[in-house]
Write a protein that binds this ligand. Structure first.
Ligand code: 5AD
Ligand code: SF4
Length: 522
């Protein structure tokens, strides 16, 4: 399902013997055409199409970047594969916490074995982790089998880099420190036919003291609203009903454009796109969340009743050390206002435990916040020291083993609160976008944060119970407030928004049934 103008650009018509164009994206289409020659050559020699596997670590931004990588690989002629025993494997990495890095190193060991068995195999690495100098040093020293390494700023040059790596021996490394460039109209291979992420901005200017993102993703750059709208219109024409507007801090969208525009104004424009049914966005920084945004959400029929509002800590003292630029009281006031204005909204959050200097009292304040705000869900993380960030240089780092007990206590309160919130909808009828057949364990896991193991266990037990007892095919849908509901149904429902009766609350999930009548009308 190629979404963009790659369908219209015929790579065969590009003269690959001329000089590469200097302007983008034409230059990349030129190199795609060149790479296609490599693929043809492979097919002649091997009697089959080469396969490519894109593995994503990290956030939604990375997931969207991976769709772009796959779009280019498919345009070139690779056939996509879920197996890492492919002819081309690329890891799109994350470095927000050290365990993300460790997972990559662990899996590279496995890739090395695959490459030994298939020496023609090409291995590439890209993404946030590659923007760290220490990582590159380590890869050069201990992982010399890797063919291509690039970062976050030059990902739009993937086709060109791929061609260069086909042409060269050994490891090709191309890392840029920063860029102000945004290249539009490259091919994208979307994972879901009915929903899509849309980048509205790149980078981050906030410099929270624990966070490596501003260093690996660079300064904030917003896309032109016209480009965003055009992209969404195209997606809707292809069958997309739900979009997720992506940015590290969407609330500061548009401030630095030649013609500045606010995020709320952008939402108003997106809302007007006919055929689009649901709008989500991620992530909001509490310090920049405007009255205007609350008003737009309140009036909107399309903006989902879900706000992800990272708290990080409930202690004003720690928030100050984190450079978050709001106090505990300001956050409470904001959350109260949002709940007052939009009563059926779900508020979710991110929390870090074990930031340097965090005391038992600070953690108590965080736990108290969870009870007060009544989060519908929260991702809880143990602080991870990231080299180069201000917090890494702070004294009184808390040893991770000292954090465990407090972390577990927080998690329990988060789960209790989330359960309580989810249970509020018991017996209600709400619209759900049907996303998939329920049996797909892999994608169910993806929906969960890796850290959120408890809810995974719970979900699996629900699934087994239901399939065993009733033996009816089930589908999984998502409510506007992001709650998951499982209901009897089949593949024909995927991508449709249907009214669902929320019959049984199982902790964080519902088992329900669709209340469409035979004619399909609500
Ligand atoms: N350690 C732990 N968690 C972190 N996050 C960002 N940086 C760190 C770090 N150094 C968390 C924050 C952020 C989420 C995406 O990851 O909670 O909101
Ligand atoms: Fe996403 Fe940040 Fe991880 Fe990069 S480092 S993938 S921006 S979470």
């Amino acid at each position: 399902m190629e979404e963009s103008i790659s369908n219209k650009i015929d790579l065969h018509k590009i003269n690959i013997n001329s000089n590469p164009p200097t302007e983008e994206p034409s230059r990349q289409y030129f190199f795609m055409a060149k790479c296609r020659g490599w693929v043809k050559d492979f097919e002649e020699k091997n009697g089959r199409t080469p396969t490519a596997c894109v593995t994503t670590f990290g956030c939604q931004m990375n997931a969207r970047d991976s769709e772009k990588l796959l779009g280019i690989l498919e345009a070139i002629g690779f056939s996509p594969s879920d197996s890492e025993q492919a002819d081309f494997v690329i890891y799109n990495t994350c470095t927000v916490r050290d365990n993300a890095n460790q997972r990559v190193y662990g899996r590279l060991g496995v890739l090395k074995r695959y490459k030994k068995a298939n020496p023609r195999m090409k291995v590439a690495l890209c993404g946030c982790m590659m923007q760290e100098a220490t990582v590159i040093e380590k890869l050069k020293k201990s992982y010399s089998f890797i063919d291509l390494i690039f970062g976050t700023h030059n990902i739009y040059k993937f086709a060109e880099l791929l061609w260069a790596s086909f042409e060269s021996e050994g490891m090709l490394i191309d890392i840029w420190k920063d860029t102000d460039k945004i290249v539009e109209d490259l091919p994208v291979e979307r994972k879901y036919p009915y929903k899509s992420g849309i980048n509205i901005m790149f980078g981050c200017n906030n410099f929270c003291s624990y966070c490596i993102v501003p260093y690996v993703r660079g300064r904030e750059r917003s896309r032109e609203p016209g480009e965003i709208i055009r992209e969404i219109e195209r997606l809707v024409a292809e069958g997309v009903v739900e979009v997720m507007l992506l940015g590290q801090n969407v609330n500061s969208y548009g401030k630095n454009l030649d013609e500045p525009i606010t995020f709320a104004q952008l939402l108003r424009k997106v809302e007007q796109i006919e055929g689009l049914e649901r709008i989500r966005f991620m992530t909001s920084h509490p310090k920049d969340l405007s009255e205007e945004l609350i008003a737009v959400m309140k009036q909107s029929k399309k903006i989902c009743r879900h706000l992800h509002l990272p708290l990080q800590s409930g202690s004003t003292r720690i928030l100050q050390q984190m450079n978050r630029r709001y106090t505990r009281e300001q956050y409470i006031e904001l959350a109260d206002r949002i709940r007052r204005e939009i009563p059926d909204i779900a508020i979710t959050t991110d929390i870090i435990v074990g930031f340097p200097g965090e005391t038992a009292e600070d953690l108590e304040e965080t736990i108290d916040m969870v009870r007060r705000v009544k989060y519908d869900n929260a991702f809880t993380f143990i602080y991870s020291k990231r080299t180069g960030t201000p917090a890494a240089a702070m004294e009184n780092q808390v040893p991770p083993e000292q954090v465990k007990e407090g972390f577990d206590r927080l998690l329990k309160v988060v789960q209790d609160t989330a359960r309580e919130q989810a249970a509020k909808y018991q017996g209600r009828i709400m619209d759900a976008l049907i996303e998939e057949i329920m049996e797909d364990r892999h994608s169910m896991e993806e929906k969960q944060s890796i850290e959120d193991e408890h809810s995974m266990e719970e979900m699996h037990s629900i699934k087994e119970k239901h399939s065993a007892e009733n033996n009816v095919p089930m589908v999984t849908g998502r409510l506007s407030n992001n709650t998951i509901v499982h209901l009897p149904g089949d593949a024909s429902m995927i991508g449709k928004i249907v009214p669902v009766s929320l019959d049984e609350c199982h902790g964080f999930y519902y088992i329900g049934h669709c209340i469409l009548d035979e004619t399909g009308a609500k």
